[in-house]
Ligand binder design. Structure first.
Ligand code: HEC
Ligand code: HEC
Ligand code: HEC
Ligand code: HEC
Ligand code: HEC
Length: 503
């Protein structure tokens, strides 16, 4: 059997070109099979290996296949012999008996062709599937996609594939995305990329095709209670609680009634913004099922002429508010609040919030400087101001430092020029962005003189604002009570400590 195969191969490879072809196909096929088996056995998990298995080896295989007939053609030209004559030169008379189509050579070639088609079919399906994996999108262009990959893994969509949001339905969307991906490969290779990657992303598919596969307006109803904790910059990093009742409803039967009213099937909100950033509005239009139409203009636009350079009207969709649905970058303050709430940053360290904030927001030239700078800041502070704490709680300081470094590297990416606030969220009205207030402000006025509403209870009622104890509803929970008791005991301890120091 093996002998016969060798004999056959020798026959196929008429010259050096043919030989290279045969070696390429055989070796890339065998390597592919070995790598794929290793991957199935869980030995290989790296995305780069996938790139090699599903892109490199199948390509080499095809090149090899193409070289074989090229070899024959060259040989025919050189020797001036016909295909039939070459066949009888190359193979034993037994193999070529029965005419071109009836011969054993023809049968073997046919079998190989069938095997090739099956192999390439399987390899390319695997390749397409593999390229849809979040792991591939997130790690194949390593440094470039790393920020998106890091923030994605720490988001509510960590189990939703990149392509579910970035590639819509249908063949058109698929082709678009592959063309776009090819361009991205080129721009990464030749470093033509802007850093950070600019947003908004214009090639994003309409949210109706992506987000609405999993969340659709009918599903938004009622309201959602949300308690936000902010820790103060005092010695105890005292917590303060704000509880909002967010009216997330989409409205029923045409009545306006909440935040997702904008995306209810029957409503259409369109806007024109001054520039690409979608930050400053020129006008906003509302069209409703009863045929009513209203246009609000921005009366505060400094230069009305800018309207001439404005963007095309865009229908407001999920992304206009949820621009950070998955790649959620934190602001330093809320990032620390969250870690404190989770108990990762021990409030037994005096002034931890204030000092951590200072350590995080210092401008560091690169990641090594940041790692060291954060550590030195905290060590230095406690050694200078609270030497007793520095010795007694050195383990707590160490662990706080590693938490801070992790927070820093989750949100700041020197390689891509991403610093605090590079990608801010439009949800709400915090940070440097106007968020909802881009449209909900008294300057957006319709012809009848009415402005888009912006009263404080339209989007949420405020059940508690910067209270020292959580909203009464939450007092029922043991955890917050425990937190309050811990705060009290800390406070007593700290007072004693300060008295001691004063003596
Ligand atoms: C739940 C939907 C969703 C998923 C899943 C998702 N993205 Fe995004 N992505 C978005 C949205 C929304 C934007 C921002 C669009 C805008 O502001 O115009 C975005 C923006 C980006 C950007 C531009 C830079 C930025 O941060 O705004 C890149 C690059 C990106 N995504 C890559 C990825 C990669 C890689 C994955 C998978 C690891 C992924 N995305 C998964 C929704 C998603
Ligand atoms: C393949 C399904 C899928 C797609 C597509 C998808 N999501 Fe999600 N989304 C989820 C899941 C699952 C969760 C987590 C739900 C949970 O934790 O209860 C989630 C959570 C969310 C949350 C947080 C909800 C919360 O409880 O705070 C928001 C906001 C959100 N998605 C918006 C979007 C937007 C905007 C898009 C389009 C860019 C999108 N999603 C696309 C499945 C999806
Ligand atoms: C592109 C402009 C635009 C943006 C951005 C925008 N809205 Fe609106 N919103 C409107 C318009 C226009 C209306 C309808 C106002 C009217 O007809 O009086 C509206 C209506 C509403 C309503 C009222 C529905 C009702 O019951 O009357 C709520 C609640 C609301 N928006 C919340 C928000 C929130 C929260 C955000 C930010 C996350 C936001 N909007 C961002 C344009 C916008
Ligand atoms: C006008 C701005 C705006 C638009 C447009 C918008 N959302 Fe929201 N969405 C919000 C706000 C604000 C919240 C409440 C945020 C919070 O809980 O922190 C929210 C909450 C959510 C939640 C959590 C729901 C819950 O019951 O708590 C999901 C999921 C979500 N949005 C998905 C979407 C999707 C998908 C779209 C597009 C079909 C969309 N949103 C359009 C502003 C918007
Ligand atoms: C157009 C809708 C809208 C209007 C109008 C509005 N808010 Fe908000 N507000 C939001 C949203 C959305 C959030 C973010 C909730 C979250 O964090 O998910 C928010 C958050 C807040 C918070 C919590 C911030 C934090 O980090 O603790 C406070 C406090 C607040 N709003 C007060 C107000 C006050 C006061 C007014 C009136 C001047 C007002 N809001 C008007 C939509 C609105």
């Amino acid at each position: 059997m093996f002998q016969r195969y060798l004999r056959f191969i020798r026959g196929v490879a008429v010259n050096r070109v043919g030989m290279i072809g045969v070696v390429l196909t055989t070796s890339s096929f065998i390597t592919f099979v070995i790598l794929e088996l290793a991957r199935l056995a869980g030995l290989l998990t790296n995305a780069y290996i996938g790139l090699v298995t599903y892109l490199l080896f199948p390509s080499l295989f095809v090149i090899g296949l193409v070289l074989i007939p090229i070899g024959w053609r060259l040989r025919k030209k050189q020797t001036g012999r016909t295909t039939r004559e070459l066949l009888s030169d190359q193979f034993a008379p037994d193999d070529t008996k029965g005419g071109l189509f009836g011969s054993r050579v023809f049968m073997i070639v046919g079998m190989f062709t069938l095997a090739n088609v099956i192999f390439l079919g399987a390899a390319s399906t695997r390749m397409l599937g593999f390229m849809d994996e979040a792991e591939f999108c997130g790690t194949a262009c390593h440094s470039v996609m790393n920020p998106e990959w890091v923030t994605y893994q720490d988001s509510p969509h960590a189990r939703v594939k990149c392509v579910e949001c970035h590639v819509g339905e249908g063949v058109g969307a698929l082709v678009d995305s592959k063309l776009n991906g090819t361009w991205q490969m080129i721009s990464v290779t030749f470093d033509l990329l802007e850093r950070p990657i600019p947003t908004p992303v214009h090639q994003l598919r309409p949210a109706r095709e992506t987000c609405e596969k999993c969340h659709w307006p009918d599903k938004f109803y009622g309201s959602r209670l949300k308690t936000l904790v902010h820790y103060q910059r005092d010695s105890l990093s005292t917590p303060q609680y704000t509880t909002l009742n967010l009216k997330v409803d989409a409205g029923r039967a045409g009545n306006k009634s909440g935040i997702h009213w904008h995306v209810a099937a029957e409503n259409e909100v369109r806007y024109v913004s001054v520039d690409d950033e979608r930050e400053e509005m020129v006008l906003v239009e509302v069209r409703q099922p009863d045929g009513s139409f209203k246009r609000y203009r921005n009366s505060a636009l400094i230069d009305p002429e800018t309207a001439a350079t404005a963007t095309e009207a865009r229908s407001l969709d999920c992304i206009d508010c949820h621009n950070r649905a998955t790649h959620i970058y934190e602001q330093p303050g809320p990032a620390l609040d969250k870690r404190m709430e989770l108990g990762l940053l021990p409030r037994t360290l005096p002034y931890l919030k204030r000092e951590a904030l200072a350590a995080l927001t210092t401008n560091y030239p690169d990641s090594v400087a940041a790692r060291d700078g954060i550590a030195n800041h905290l060590y230095g502070f406690y050694q200078r101001q609270f030497p007793k704490v520095a010795t007694q709680q050195s383990a707590a300081i160490d662990s706080a430092i590693s938490v801070l470094q992790a927070v820093y590297f989750r949100n700041v990416h020197h390689g891509m020029n991403i610093t605090w606030g590079a990608y801010e969220s439009h949800i709400g009205h915090r940070g440097n962005k106007d968020g909802c207030f881009r449209c909900h402000n008294p300057n957006m006025i319709a012809e009848d003189g009415e402005a888009i509403r912006s009263d404080c209870t339209m989007c949420h009622s405020i059940l508690a604002f910067d209270e020292t104890r959580p909203f009464a509803y939450l007092n029922a929970l043991d955890t917050t009570d425990a937190e309050y008791r811990m705060h009290e005991s800390l406070r007593q301890e700290f007072l004693r400590f300060m008295e001691e120091q004063a003596e």
